[in-house]
Design a protein around this ligand. Sequence first.
Ligand SMILES: [Zn+2]
Length: 132
Amino acid sequence: MAFLDKVSDLGKSAMKKAGEGVEAGKIALKINEEKGKIKDTEIELGKYIYSQYLNGAEFDATAKEMCVKMKDMYENIEELQKQREEVGKDEAAPTMQASSVAAEAGKFCPNCGAKQSGESKFCASCGGKLEG
Ligand SMILES: [Zn+2]
């Protein structure tokens, strides 16, 4: 009888342990959820501070420094977007021209620009693969 009691005790403690494992997992999940919420809120807080800074609010040196950095980054993006538009303009025109010329007078190698005659899939000049 004593032996059987011991077995059933072991069984109970094993069950209890497994249950604790599930419980610990649930708690860990909740901790992660809270951490995620904190991160989101930190971002929101940062955005709020930055918008206040843009509206002329005064902050301590550390917060101000971060806001200045943020403003620089936004300005960089604006500058890069302008550059992209400029590059886009420059690239669009010659590509259209080149393709209409190519349609009229055969293919050109995209690699070296050599004019291609015939239906070869590789450039006669550099051996590069031809489009189409
Ligand atoms: Zn070529």
